[in-house]
Design a protein around this ligand. Structure first.
Ligand SMILES: *Cc1c(COP(=O)(O)O)cnc(C)c1O
Length: 406
């Protein structure tokens, strides 16, 4: 890891790069679509009419601003001051809808008639199906055949919302294959379809676009911290990283505030060196994944390694290019928590705060005793997801059930 230099930019540059990460590595046939987005997204997003509609929906449909909650008993336990940003109280139960609202409004302004998306655990699929129903737009969600079996409740939700769920039957029948199918669909229907990517991944401009939509999280944090503590900057911001959209949104307005320590938490699965892990920065190397140059888990000859985490939302072999850059420059510290540590943290939070967190979020909670926060420090951790079983693998549901029964 390099020493943090002054004046490093953490914003995307005009070529779509964060330092040496990012770019748009797409097949020739996708160029027109990506180019259309690249040339239009900033103007559309800056338009006052867009801003008014986006902010209005965030407020009245999603339920923003979400509370910033001082977790008193959790704070006592760790001997510091901990606030939880309650993204679980967003409509549909997580931060993902901030992005899908933004992208559906953008798609409308691009004149698109149909939305295509891919989903692994189904959370992004549900957030996408939700905004398509809201706007009366056709929605096709590709999902690995195996994931369709494992995540039946989310498949039912998407169908109830009027989306068509199409199984990806190739390869490992999981997220990677669903992504390929969704890409293929987009290539074949370039004029009338918009592809909604669910995290800060994919070819430029997706990582920047999704970061901007999710940056409402840290914009609210600043105002709320100012109101509650008198200072809009905390000492630490802690967030879990799958692709990295909740973390990117939580970090965004603090990127150029060096006094705010940014902590990203990856899923170590059964242990970083167990062969069953999703700790990308610990295990990965630079390479190209899903259209951008980033850090990803790969074999010696560059094959993507199948990631593992108990939490379906963190089960991704890469991270967004902005996080690869934050890692490489040392601006953010990357830690990891195992399945067991995350489960333990989720039960603890449930018992002492009356909030059942998502397993994803639980990874961020699991490392709070490792960051070096003292009694005068303010820590914002978060992105809870109270309807946590939505995102869980069936094995976890069984685990919870067995605990409840015993
Ligand atoms: C989907 C999800 C994640 C992982 O996605 P990011 O893009 O890394 O934010 C994390 N936490 C929750 C609650 C999720 O639903």
């Amino acid at each position: 890891m390099e020493v943090l230099e002054e004046n490093i930019s953490f914003q995307v540059d005009e070529n779509g790069y964060y330092g040496q990460f990012g770019g748009a590595f797409v097949p020739e046939m996708l160029h027109p679509n990506v180019e259309e987005l690249r040339t239009r997204y900033l103007d559309i997003m800056a338009d006052p009419g867009f801003q008014a509609e986006f902010n209005g929906l965030l407020r009245h449909y999603v339920g923003r601003p979400t509370p910033l909650y001082l977790a008193k008993r959790l704070s006592e336990k760790f001997g510091t001051t901990i606030y939880l940003k309650r993204e679980d109280l967003c409509h549909t139960g997580a931060h993902k809808v901030n992005n899908t609202i933004g992208q559906i409004l953008l798609a409308q302004r691009l004149g698109k008639k149909r939305i295509v998306a891919e989903t692994g655990a189904g959370q992004h699929g549900v957030a996408t199906a939700t905004v398509c129903a809201l706007m009366g737009v056709e929605c096709i969600v590709y999902m690995g055949e195996l994931d369709i079996e494992r995540q039946a409740p989310n498949v039912a939700r998407m169908k109830m919302l009027g989306a068509e769920v199409r199984p990806a039957t190739c390869g490992s029948k999981t997220l990677k294959d669903a992504t390929n199918e969704a890409m293929r669909h987009w290539i074949n229907n370039p004029a009338d379809t918009h592809y909604i990517i669910g995290s800060v991944v994919g070819p430029h401009p997706y990582p920047d676009m999704v970061t901007r939509f999710q940056s409402v999280i840290s914009a609210e944090m600043k105002t709320q911290l100012k109101e509650q503590t008198g200072n809009s900057n905390p000492d630490f911001v802690v967030a879990c990283v799958g692709g990295g959209s909740n973390a990117a949104g939580a970090f965004y307005h603090y990127l150029d505030e060096p006094s705010v320590q940014l902590i990203a938490v990856e899923a170590a699965g059964q242990g970083v060196d167990s062969g069953h892990s999703a700790a990308t920065t610990a295990l990965g190397k630079p390479g190209v994944l899903h259209g951008s140059r980033t850090i990803l888990m790969q074999t010696e000859d560059g094959q993507v390694v199948e990631p593992y985490s108990l939490s379906a939302g963190l089960d991704y072999p890469g991270i967004g290019p902005v996080h690869a850059h934050l890692f490489q420059t040392g601006r953010a510290r990357f830690l990891s928590a195992t399945d067991d540590e995350a489960l333990k943290a989720s039960f603890e939070l449930a018992r002492i705060e009356g909030i059942i967190p998502a397993l994803e979020t639980s990874h961020a909670l699991a490392i709070l005793d490792r960051i070096g926060a003292g009694k005068d420090d303010v820590v914002v951790a978060g992105y809870l997801y109270e309807v946590s079983l939505i995102g869980c693998q069936l094995s976890v549901i069984r685990f919870f059930n067995s605990l409840i029964q015993n």
